[in-house]
Design a protein around this ligand. Structure first.
Ligand SMILES: Cc1cc2nc3c(=O)[nH]c(=O)nc-3n(C[C@H](O)[C@H](O)[C@H](O)COP(=O)(O)OP(=O)(O)OC[C@H]3O[C@@H](n4cnc5c(N)ncnc54)[C@H](O)[C@@H]3O)c2cc1C
Length: 481
């Protein structure tokens, strides 16, 4: 089916429905009562002959990119199409606090190491153009005070993601970005002149619009529709799989420890499919027992680095945990034998070496795993049993049997391959004037603000590139006329 596109203007195959929509556009409400962002119609995004950028997705990458493009090229029409509510993930992120970026990883090489997908490619110019410090300055300059917590996570001082949303929405409005919500970009193609032909649908009222744009920024996150658009424009897609999840462990006794935390463990994930040594599958940090398994930063990092292989194995693997990582196994044995001598007449459950920093509930679990009753006196525990306890504390195995739910943060690994995009500009290597930013790309980070940083950096670079292209195009036009 062929469509006719008037330059830059909205056309519809359903004039009656469009008329209704146009009226509805007057004063539609976004994000509740506080943030009113009006647009009369798509044509409002541009004046008669202005070039147009359409941004698919009003998430972190899309809104940041739209603002940047409009900042660099104020005469560029910028239209963001968002199928739901804009910045909805920002709202729920970081438990409603929004972990904006990471303040401890300002060196681009170290920063890149936090991205299981993208770690090699992101060592280039990506973060030099707009890294965590630039993000922090940007928000500071736009009125949001941020704080860096001990672990490097950066949050708004007021501990509310709304301050980030308000800031972005205000700036977008101030710059003249037009945002339309409740609409989905469903198909994309190009015409002979290299312009993008987009079909935009509003399913609730069975409306279809067609838009022609000069530039297209796909910032659709992990939405399957975004992958479809990229494919329609000639891109391949690395199969999307979940990342940042907890491990389901089959161990009823462990479940009884639900809520117990360890400030520092060393955990190694072993997967049958990974024969080679992969240093990232050993992580050190805090761990938490949940009622169905294990969670905490160490587990989430392992889930991210092992995401693809875990998916392939049906989320089956072996986890080896060292609960006393700062102590050599021989030292652990000596401590236990010394403790036996000193507390010979005490029950094993009631007295255990404080040096290990363990809680009683967990000590009971260890004794039970070794088949030792807590009522035994230390004097009656054979030394070889203590050697086994030491080994267990240093290398406790847990069978991973599935993937748990992690509601605080969750990302998708996979998407548009980085080989098909120039990270210097975020422009497609396949289709000129097509750009990508954020999670739609095959980039994902571990927890700690790294995923939003990818969105800010990518959005900024894409917006800058589009803005510069639009400026130089208008200069050329001026020179000709
Ligand atoms: C619960 C949760 C908490 C998180 N917390 C943090 C955190 O604290 N720190 C951190 O760094 N990361 C966090 N993340 C990850 C982070 O939210 C994402 O990596 C980030 O939002 C990606 O930004 P994006 O703009 O690429 O995609 P998104 O934020 O997903 O935005 C994409 C937008 O595009 C829209 N869209 C998709 N397809 C279409 C279409 N065809 N037409 C129109 N609109 C479309 C979607 O509705 C969506 O609004 C969290 C994730 C979750 C799920």
């Amino acid at each position: 089916m062929s469509f006719t596109f008037a330059p830059f203007f909205l056309l519809s195959r359903f004039p009656l429905e469009t008329a209704i929509i146009s009226r509805n556009f007057d004063g539609f409400l976004l994000l509740g009562r506080r943030r009113r962002f009006t647009a009369s119609s798509i044509s409002r995004a541009q004046q008669a002959n202005e070039p147009l950028l359409v941004v698919v997705g009003g998430g972190a990458a899309g809104i940041y990119g739209a603002i940047r493009a409009k900042t660099v090229a104020p005469d560029l029409g910028v239209l963001v199409i968002e199928k739901g509510k804009p910045l909805s993930k920002v709202k729920i992120s970081g438990g409603g606090r929004c972990n904006v970026t990471n303040g401890h990883c300002t060196d681009k090489m170290i920063l890149a190491e936090h991205y299981p997908r993208g770690n090699k490619e992101l060592r280039g110019s990506f973060f030099s153009v707009h890294g965590p410090l630039d993000t922090m300055s940007w928000f500071y300059d736009h009125g949001v005070e941020l704080k860096t917590e001990d672990d490097g996570r950066v949050f708004p001082v007021g501990n509310s993601s709304s301050s980030i949303i308000d800031c972005l929405m205000l700036e977008a409005k101030r710059r003249g970005v037009v945002l339309q919500t409740g609409k989905t970009v469903t198909t994309a193609s190009t015409n002979a002149g290299g312009k993008f032909l987009l079909k935009i649908e509003k399913r609730t009222i069975n409306m279809v619009e067609h838009v022609e744009s000069d530039y297209l920024l796909i910032a659709s996150g992990s939405s399957p529709q975004g992958y479809t658009l990229a494919s329609q424009l000639g891109h391949s897609i690395v199969d999307p799989v979940p990342s940042l999840f907890t491990f389901k462990i089959e161990d009823t006794q462990l479940a009884e420890l639900s809520g117990v935390t360890f400030s520092k463990v060393k955990a190694k994930l072993k997967l049958e499919s990974i024969g080679r040594h992969m240093p990232q599958l050993t992580q050190v940090g805090p761990m938490l027992v949940t009622h169905w398994g294990l969670s905490g930063p160490v587990i989430l990092r392992l889930s991210a680095w092992g995401a693809r292989d875990l998916f392939g194995s049906g989320y089956k693997g072996l986890l080896l945990v060292d609960f006393i990582p700062d102590c050599h196994v021989d030292e652990v044995k000596s401590i236990l034998i010394r403790h036996k001598d000193q507390f010979a007449k005490q029950k094993a459950l009631n007295s255990f070496p404080l040096e290990f920093g363990l809680v009683k509930r967990f000590w009971k679990y260890i004794l039970e795993r070794e088949g030792l009753s807590g009522d035994l006196l230390w004097a009656s525990i054979p030394n070889n049993s203590l050697v086994s306890v030491a080994s267990l504390l240093k290398q406790c195995s847990f069978r991973v049997v599935g993937k748990g739910q992690f509601k605080d943060e969750f990302v998708t690994a996979g998407g548009v391959p980085l080989s098909e995009v120039s990270l210097n500009t975020m422009e497609s290597r396949i289709q000129p004037h097509l750009f990508f930013a954020g999670e739609v790309l095959n980039i994902d980070g571990v927890t700690g603000g790294f995923n939003f940083q990818n969105a800010w950096s990518g959005g900024y670079i894409a917006g800058s590139s589009i803005g510069k292209l639009a400026l130089s195009a208008s200069l050329k036009e001026e020179a000709v006329s």
